[in-house]
Ligand binder design. Sequence first.
Ligand code: FES
Ligand SMILES: [Fe+2]
Length: 510
Amino acid sequence: MDTFEKKSAPVGFDNAKKHLQPYSGYYSNQVPLHDPELTETDPGTPMGEYMRSFWHPVCMSIELTDTPRFLKILGEELVAFRDKSGRVGLLHAHCVHRGASLEYGSIQERGIMCCYHGMVFDVDGACLHVPYPKGEEKEAEKFACSIRQGAYKAFERHGLVFAYMGPPEKEPPFPEWEGNFTVAEGDELVPYSNFQHCNWLQVQDNAADNYHPTALHAGKNVVGGNYQGTTFDEVGAASMEVAPDMLFVPIQNGRTLACAGARRVNKDRLFVRVQHQVMPNLSLHAYTSEDGSAKKHFSRFHIIRWTVPVDNENSKMIGWRVMGPGIDTRGICDKSLVGYESIDFLEGQVAMRRPERFGKYTIDDLPPIPSNHRERANYKDAQYAPGDYEAIISQRPIAIHALEHPTKFDAGLYAFRKMLRDAVRGTNPEATPEKYAEWLRDLGGEPNSVCCGNVLEIPEAETVEQEVVQRRKVLRQMVSLLTESIDKKGQARADFVRGGMDAIEKSIGE
Ligand code: FES
Ligand SMILES: [Fe+2]
């Protein structure tokens, strides 16, 4: 793709240098096209087709009420509902008869009735009823058999509605990460959904951007004490504000990416956080409030979330936050704040900030989400202390990759973009929809994750140079240990990994 330098450079000037002189914005004022191959997900697009070969959460269970829920997913207009017999339906919004939206339909014992002429459609799209005059039942039945409302298979799990929107004959297994998302005893999966006014990929990019907390979530980023929000410093996880040494390793045949980061807590302990990016749009994150105050080996995921495209310029983060004493060893997470357009950590995760940060939105009291982030009532609060939402959506509705100047800190998200491209183009045969589904089937639908939070008792090395070498060695050893453990199950795996971490601590300390 042409870059702006090529387009705008006048004859006789050095293309590479022209825009580097003082006050030379003129030479970089053209905005090239976004990268459609990775960002566009409408039907028929390369990424859209790839995405459609996976299960995705499309809404929360609480969004299914006594009226149908209008949704847009992957650029398709849909309605979701739970019929009176308890089955979940996800249908094309526009009635196959003459296009009225089923969001105005009425939910039946079985299926949904279109408001316009009263046709009834089952959750699989079958037409159950056509309102023909008496005596013409045969004709009505014949007509009903000749049409079908577009439908997708959907089911509920832990408060989320999942759907498969690809060809039915290619339906993959639903991936039960860590064996049905197993969490520690006493912990629970709490569902949430946060709308993002931008393309899905920049939300996903952010998950592998492990350097931004140093700036975006640091106390020093709050302007002039004007704002009472939360930063990592305020939740006592100050080590998250230390720039980590990172190691990014594609694993599971290039279907997923291990993102391991080492940060020094103090001279005795090293915080090693391993985040797991799973193609195409899943990420698993370790404990978000770690303070590094005690040794910790192989604490598991705290967030598991999908970035689901709504359309090319909107998306939603939708998933579960794990709540309970097993993961939240400091007891500071707040379940009451996790839900629809709401999350309990760090201000600036959703469009609608609540200054008082109390209570959570329900479907009934949800204020309309503003379409323009600059017209929000709380815009100035957001400027005082921006969060992920502000950073991500302000990268433009679809970020322009051709204008980026990546540093080594961007290695993770660039690696993930490459994995996506290789998957979409088929240059990584292991990541094609067919091979991916085959892999899941071979694992009984239960892949394991490398995601974990760890505080290792590894003393700081004598010199800065030695410390850097030591941290990187620990990262390599941690990733190999986790990769080696990946086919083991449950307690046997936990014992193996914890034993391995003891050994790493010992060998480094020697
Ligand atoms: S448009 Fe739906 S029944 Fe006629
Ligand atoms: Fe962030």
